[in-house]
Write a protein that binds this ligand. Structure first.
Ligand code: AMP
Ligand code: GLY
Length: 426
C-alpha cells in the first residue's frame, strides 16, 4: 500500500515509524513531516488544509490510504471531501468525518452527546454572549475552582480553571464578549470541577467494532510538580498502573460502549481513533474530553507498545473487518520525555543546531528540520525520547540516560515525568 500521513509532530513521527514496520507498506509519504520522518518515509511539502492539493498528490502518487494525524483537517472535513469526490471516494481516510469530528471540534456538542447517552462527565451548561448574565448566575451555583471551556478548537489553550468567582466571571466575559479565543469562544461551556488523576484512553474503531489500544498518562504542565502553564504535553507513560483491569472494565462498559453506540444512533460512520481524556475520581472514570485523533505525546509511548501491524489494523478500519484483527501489546513500560526549546510554551527559540550521539532510546522528532544537511530545532517541542523498561522505574532510567545524548542550546525538559505513578508500582 502507498500511504499518505498528514501532520508534522512527534505523534506523526511515531505513527510513521510504526507504519514503516508494516508488511503491507509500499511507499510512505508524510505531509509536511519533520527531520525525523525522513528516516522512515518521504516528506512532502503540502498544505494539509488545502484539500485540492492533497487530492492532486494522492492521485499522482497512487495513494491507497490517508492517515490523518491532527484534528484540524478532520474538523474541516477532509474525510467528507474524499467521500464526495468521485476519484477519491474509494480511498480510505483514517479519521472521522466532519460530524464525528465534532466530538473534538465542539465542546458543547460533545457534552450534549455525553448527556444524551448517559456517559459520565462533569455537570455543565453552555452560554453565549446574550446569556452572559445567566452564565454569571450559573457560576454562583458552583463550588470553586471554576472550569471554563471555549466551545471550538483553540490549539489546546481554550480551557481556563479559576479559583476566584469574580475572576471566573471576568474570564467568561472576556471569552464571550471580547472573543478571547476568536470564534472558538463565541460559546463557552462552564462545568463542574472534577478532582482526581487523569488518564488518556485510545480506541480504534471501524464504526462497528473496536480495539482498546494501550492507555497512557500525559504531563501537560511545563514545570516539575505540575506547575506553570499548560503545554502540548511534556512526556507520557504507558501503561498507567492505576488503570488496572477493574478500572478499564468500567471505562469500557460506562464510556466506550455507550460512546460507540451513541455514534451509531447519531448516524455517524466513525472510522478512526477516539481519544478519551478521563479523570479517575475515586476509582470511577469521567470523561473530560474527546479528541478525534491520537494524543501527542501519548502516541510516542503507545505506538512502541503495539506489536500488531498497524496498517493491517487500519485496513480493518477501512473495510470494517477490525473484529477479525488481533491487537497484540508489549507488556513492557514505554516512557517518553519531551525535550523542548528554551522559552516554550511562550515565545521560544528556533534554528538551534542539534547533536545526537549514540543512544538506545527511540527518538521521535516533534519540531526539527533539516537545512543544508544540518538538523535544527524548529518548534517548541523538539524531540521525544522514548525508552522501554520491564517496569516504570527501569523505563524512566533508560529514557533519562539518553536525554544526555541529545544536545542543543536551550534544551529543557521535566525531570519528574512518571514520578507520581511510582507509588502504584516500582
Ligand atoms: P481539555 O482541553 O478539555 O482536555 O482540558 C484541559 C485540561 O483541563 C484537562 O487535561 C484537565 O487537566 C483540565 N480539566 C478540564 N476539565 C476539567 C474538569 N471538569 N475538572 C477538572 N479539570 C479539568
Ligand atoms: N496530549 C494531549 C493531546 O494530544 O491533546
Amino acid at each position: 500500500m502507498n500511504v499518505l500521513l498528514l501532520g508534522s509532530g512527534g505523534r506523526e513521527h511515531a505513527l510513521a515509524w510504526k507504519i514503516k514496520q508494516s508488511k503491507k507498506l509500499n511507499n510512505l509519504f508524510i505531509a509536511p513531516g519533520n527531520a525525523g520522518t525522513t528516516q522512515v518515509g518521504q516528506n512532502v511539502s503540502l498544505d494539509i488544509l488545502n484539500f485540492d492539493a492533497v487530492k492532486d498528490f494522492v492521485l499522482k502518487n497512487e495513494i491507497d490510504m490517508v492517515v490523518v494525524g491532527s484534528e484540524q483537517p478532520l474538523v474541516e472535513g477532509i474525510h467528507d471531501y474524499f467521500l464526495q469526490t468521485a476519484e477519491l471516494k474509494n480511498i480510505p481516510v483514517i479519521g472521522p468525518d466532519k460530524k464525528g469530528a465534532l466530538l473534538e471540534g465542539s465542546k458543547d456538542f460533545s457534552k450534549q452527546f455525553m448527556q444524551k447517552y448517559d456517559i459520565p462527565t462533569a455537570k455543565y451548561r453552555s452560554f453565549e454572549a446574550n446569556t452572559l448574565e445567566a452564565g454569571y448566575a450559573f457560576l454562583e451555583t458552583l463550588k470553586p475552582p471554576f472550569v471554563l471551556k471555549a466551545d471550538g478548537l483553540a490549539a489546546g489553550k481554550g480551557v481556563e480553571i479559576i479559583d476566584d468567582l469574580n475572576e471566573a466571571k471576568a474570564a467568561l466575559k472576556e471569552m464571550l464578549l471580547n472573543q478571547k479565543f476568536g470564534a472558538a469562544s463565541a460559546k463557552v461551556v462552564i462545568e463542574e470541577f472534577l478532582s482526581g488523576i487523569e488518564v488518556s484512553v485510545f480506541v480504534l474503531t471501524d464504526g462497528k467494532s473496536y480495539k482498546i489500544l494501550p492507555e497512557a498518562k500525559d504531563y501537560k504542565r511545563v514545570g516539575e510538580g505540575d506547575t506553570g502553564p499548560n503545554t502540548g504535553g511534556m512526556g507520557s507513560v504507558s501503561p498507567v498502573p492505576f488503570a488496572d483491569a477493574a478500572f478499564m472494565q468500567k471505562v469500557e462498559e460506562r464510556i466506550i460502549k455507550p460512546t460507540l453506540s451513541g455514534l451509531q444512533k447519531e448516524n455517524i460512520d466513525y472510522r478512526g481513533f477516539i481519544f478519551i481524556g478521563l479523570m479517575n475520581v475515586d476509582g470511577n472514570p469521567y470523561v473530560i474530553e474527546y479528541n478525534v485523533r491520537m494524543g501527542d505525546p501519548e502516541t510516542e509511548s503507545v505506538m512502541p507498545r503495539i506489536q500488531s501491524d498497524l496498517l493491517d489494523l487500519f485496513d480493518g478500519v477501512a473495510k470494517q473487518t477490525l473484529d477479525q484483527k488481533e491487537l497484540n501489546v508489549d507488556n513492557r513500560t514505554a516512557f517518553c520525555v519531551m525535550l523542548t526549546a528554551k522559552g516554550y510554551p511562550d515565545k521560544y527559540e528556533k534554528g538551534k543546531e542539534m547533536n545526537i550521539s549514540a543512544h538506545q532510546a527511540l527518538l521521535f522528532h516533534a519540531g526539527t528540520v533539516l537545512q543544508n544537511e544540518k538538523m535544527l530545532t524548529n518548534g517548541g517541542r523538539v524531540l521525544a525520547v522514548t525508552a522501554y523498561g520491564n517496569n516504570l522505574s527501569e523505563a524512566m532510567q533508560n529514557a533519562y540516560a539518553d536525554v544526555e545524548n541529545i544536545q542543543f542550546e536551550g534544551k529543557s525538559y521535566r525531570r519528574d515525568i512518571g514520578q507520581d505513578l511510582l507509588k502504584f508500582n516500582a
